[in-house]
Design a protein around this ligand. Structure first.
Ligand code: NAP
Length: 549
């Protein structure tokens, strides 16, 4: 019989959440192994290395906050840091905490099965390797299962093509080339504005346009650097209190009680300010009251018309299917001005859809767009997609995919009834899904680590949520969307961007403070909604690694 390594915990994914979780598990004295598909750490910031990829959160609000040493030793160079620096940062953290020795790279987890009698998870890696663990912790991200469109002839293309989430590590020289980009979400916008600077001809294939807003990025000056380091406690405190975990927070003044000229001046200030201020620092009413939303949408439409010279093109770039802020707002840097360039063409796929991809390019109606490169910026099977790609089986062989076929059901977005000792970081219906993600990741990891520490102390071997608690939480998540204008809009928040996926709300929309309070209340009430047990009998372990000291 081949030897199966056993650990106290297996973590899937070495992104921001998996890395911190490993650190905390070690702090509890537990043996842990992280399995990572890529050959380096970083998750999102490892895979998304397309030109233009950068934070849309202020850099200093995005890094880990748990270690003063890490904060002290790292200097961000820009207010919104680019991907190469982000990947360097995560490697710096991994090296500083000596994490890599417990991460097995190039190891894609394909299955995880709960073994009822042993109360262990057996995890299978592509290629056949199997390991067992008392706890299984998923750190697989909400936007990691990238998806291609289904267009005839895609394989026939003779040039090169990639999804943005699988951009090659080797340098790609697009200078002077004919490049097509499909997709104009937050990713497409970032890539388009970069490629437009160098491509010979850039053709943008757009379905529905998005409301994009200026990032207003710049280098961090020396004086700002000093201010940032001194201000970290205040920055993280602001993020802790804000709805989305950002440095921006909603203005709660009733929209129509503020005089119109004042509202207009406020919009203008936010538009000229950095990052998500115009979205998440705006009047809360813009996301709940259709009349308030119409006013901010008209303001944003005016900006597009002012920046795009050709009125016909400007109209093509103004969303008609949703109001401002009711989908994730892409952040841009001279994105709209790109369409004033002679080397850029915008193609409206709603007017004429793509007929097929040909060996030479993209055929639309009777026109064939000849291309050297096709870039698919077509998004992700969000939130639940990464779970679907692993065969996860709980008690009695129940498949998670079957349980979630009509939408996810979870407790706190962290556990699922019938799947004992499985914790999800940034899982569906978790507060971290609609958040400045590292801020909520830290909360998730700390909650899970405290729960495991509690189990250690009480000598508990198993924790599982109940179906009652799960149903109540799922219901609560749907309640958080009531009155929000984005609940009726087609987007990855509801999974409607993925063909064949049932549209249900995938994110928690109650805000960071409320999510945290819910998690804290559960602990204060003795892990209410969970059933724990210490009475599982274990067969003799044949393995040298002890379980659960
Ligand atoms: P996305 O928002 O889902 O956008 C995908 C784009 O592809 C949309 O424009 C979509 O059009 C288009 N598309 C999909 N299928 C298509 C088809 N068959 N034919 C033509 N077009 C098609 O995906 P994303 O831009 O990758 O962004 C996903 C999320 O990642 C963002 O919302 C954000 O949360 C995150 N992100 C974050 C950052 C950052 O923080 N720096 C950067 C990038 C992305 P329709 O919308 O009309 O379907």
């Amino acid at each position: 019989m081949s030897k199966i390594d056993q650990f106290d915990a297996v973590v899937i994914g070495a992104g921001i959440s998996g890395m911190y979780q490993l650190h905390r598990l070690r702090g509890l004295g537990l043996s842990a192994r992280v399995f990572e598909t890529g050959d380096g750490v970083g998750g999102t910031w490892y895979w998304n290395r397309y030109p233009g990829a950068r934070f849309d959160s202020e850099s200093y609000s995005y890094g880990y906050s748990f270690s003063k040493e890490i904060l002290d030793e790292w200097n961000w160079t820009e207010h919104f840091s680019p991907q190469p620096e982000n990947e360097r940062y995560l490697n710096f953290v991994a090296d500083k905490l000596d994490l890599k020795k417990d991460i097995q790279f190039n190891s894609k987890v394909v299955a995880a099965r709960y073994l009822d009698e042993q109360n262990l998870w057996e995890v299978e890696i592509e290629g056949g390797q199997r390991v067992r663990a008392r706890f299984l912790i998923t750190a697989i991200g909400i936007l990691s299962a990238h998806q291609f469109p289904r267009i005839e002839g895609m394989d026939s293309f003779k040039g090169q093509s990639w999804h943005t989430a699988r951009w090659p590590k080797e340098p790609v020289d697009l200078r002077g080339k004919r490049v097509g980009v499909i997709g104009t979400g937050a990713t497409g916008v970032q890539v388009i504005q970069e490629v437009a600077k160098i491509a010979g001809q850039l053709t943008v294939f757009q379905l529905d346009p998005n409301w994009c807003s200026p990032l207003n990025n710049s280098a961090i000056t020396e004086a700002e650097q000093t201010e940032i380091h001194a201000g970290y406690p205040a920055i993280f405190d602001a993020c802790r209190k804000s709805f989305g975990g950002f440095v921006h927070d909603f203005d709660q003044r009733p929209f129509f009680e503020v005089p119109q000229a004042e509202r207009e001046a406020f919009f203008e200030r936010q538009y000229q300010g950095r990052g998500f201020g115009i979205w998440l620092g705006n009047f809360m009413d813009t996301l709940t009251d259709p009349r308030a939303n119409a006013e901010i949408s008209a303001f944003m439409a005016g900006k597009i018309r002012a920046r795009v010279k050709d009125p016909k093109v400007a109209e093509m770039l103004i969303p008609k299917d949703h109001g401002f802020g009711t989908k994730r707002v892409p952040m841009e840097t001279r994105y709209y001005e790109v369409y004033n360039q002679d080397n850029v063409t915008l193609v409206d796929l709603n007017a004429t859809p793509i007929e097929r991809i040909t060996p030479q390019g993209i055929k639309i109606g009777d026109k064939e767009h000849a291309l050297d490169y096709i870039i698919y910026a077509t998004g992700f099977d969000a939130v639940t997609g990464a779970f679907k790609r692993i065969d996860i089986q709980g008690k009695g062989g129940t498949k998670l995919a079957d349980k979630w076929k009509d939408g996810p059901e979870t407790y706190l977005g962290m556990q699922v009834a019938g799947f004992p000792n499985l914790f999800m970081l940034v899982g569906p219906h978790n507060g971290a899904t609609f958040c400045n993600i590292p801020r909520c990741i830290e909360q998730n990891v700390e909650w899970v680590s405290d729960c495991i520490a509690h189990m250690q102390k009480q000598d508990l071997q198993r924790i599982e949520t109940t179906e009652t608690a799960e149903a109540a939480w799922t219901n609560h998540v749907y309640e958080t969307t009531q009155g929000l204008l984005f609940s009726g809009v087609r987007s990855w928040f509801v999974g409607s961007n993925t063909p064949g996926k049932k549209a249900t709300f995938l994110v928690y929309a109650g805000g960071r403070p409320s999510y945290r309070q819910n998690c804290e209340a559960v602990v204060a009430k003795g892990y209410e909604g969970f059933v724990t047990s210490s009475s599982i009998s274990f067969p003799e372990s044949t393995d040298p690694i002890h379980l659960y000291r």
